[in-house]
Write a protein that binds this ligand. Structure first.
Ligand code: BDR
Ligand code: CA
Length: 311
């Protein structure tokens, strides 16, 4: 199986991504979860990551706490989307498994140095603060990363936290700039993809019909999470942003995109955190990321439902 570290700020959609990875041990080995401040403050994302491990009956997964604030800015959170805890919706018990003593950044660095070069994939599902901090502290890890597959950014779909920017990139644009400039192979799941991965009523019914604690919890998380997008965008349901990252590792053929240049805006007030994606190749800037644009949503939900049924 492919070894991954999930860097995350759960978040209902982060939670579903973690569950999808844990449900797929033949293809994916989760070395650890690293929590970062994002949707809610770090204390809550670290708590929520453990709640999800326990829901999946995987207390053996090590969970590490990382950065509690962006590199240079104050934290912006998204309780308006995810609720006060970040995981509002289902009534899940407080976690009993312990946090690891080591910090998330140390864990990322140690793991990349210990494992064979290019054998570990990083899966960031929140602001890129932990990953950028690791790259700054230990520049030698850049050539040891197999790939970074992340949820973040937008191009044709522009923004969800400002008119120009997607939340994960907006919260820590300086960190995103470091990651996109690190020379590591990057695959990006922007809003252009994730806004096509919508949990319609029928798809949510399929989760609930699994009849398992996981299936019911996913349905209840979606029930909560979808009210934002339905009200705001009039969309058919909640976009499952972060699970697209894990689905890509399992079935890359579900996605289509282009290897292009992507730069991060860090100065403009109006467009701070925008992923300026040279989709049409109108500059001579070197490509640095595979920026996805299309998803086979039917195939994605079939995969997700089938995998969640295994937990
Ligand atoms: C991203 O922001 C968070 O609210 C979600 O968990 C996802 O990672 C979508 O913009
Ligand atoms: Ca997230």
């Amino acid at each position: 199986p492919r070894k991954i570290i999930i860097d995350t700020d759960p978040g209902q959609d982060d939670a579903v991504a973690i569950l999808l990875a844990l449900a797929s041990p033949d293809e994916i080995e989760v070395l650890g979860l690293t929590a970062v401040a994002g949707n809610v403050p770090l204390e809550l994302t670290a708590r929520n990551a453990r709640i999800i491990c326990e829901l999946a009956d995987r207390r053996d997964i090590p969970v590490f706490a990382g950065c509690d604030a962006p590199l240079e800015r104050s934290l912006v959170t998204a309780e308006h989307v995810h609720g006060r805890t970040g995981l509002d919706g289902p009534d899940l018990p407080e976690p009993t498994m312990a946090m690891q003593d080591r910090g998330a950044v140390e864990f990322i660095i140690d793991t990349l140095r210990r494992e064979p070069a290019r054998s570990v994939t990083l899966c960031p599902l929140g602001p890129l603060t932990n990953i950028a901090t690791a790259l700054m502290k230990a520049p030698d890890i850049a050539t040891r990363i197999q790939e970074i597959v992340l949820m973040g950014g937008a191009y044709f779909e522009v923004g969800n936290i400002t008119p120009a920017a997607e939340f994960n990139i907006y919260v820590d644009p300086e960190a995103a700039e470091i990651v996109f400039g690190a020379g590591v192979p990057i695959t990006v799941m922007p809003l252009d993809v994730t806004h096509k991965a919508l949990v319609t009523t029928a798809r949510n019914d399929a989760f609930r019909a699994l009849g398992t604690p996981v299936g019911v919890a996913v349905a209840e998380m979606t029930d909560f999470f979808e009210r934002f997008d339905k009200e705001k965008y009039g969309s058919d349901g909640a976009p499952l942003h972060d699970p697209c990252v894990i689905a890509y590792l399992l079935q890359p053929e579900l996605f289509e995109g282009r290897f292009i240049n992507v730069e991060i805006e860090t100065r403009s007030q109006l467009t701070l955190g925008m992923t300026v994606a040279d989709w049409w190749g109108v500059t001579d800037r070197a490509p640095n990321a595979t920026f996805m644009g299309q998803i086979d949503a039917e195939g994605f939900f079939a995969l997700l439902t089938e995998r969640l049924a295994r937990l």
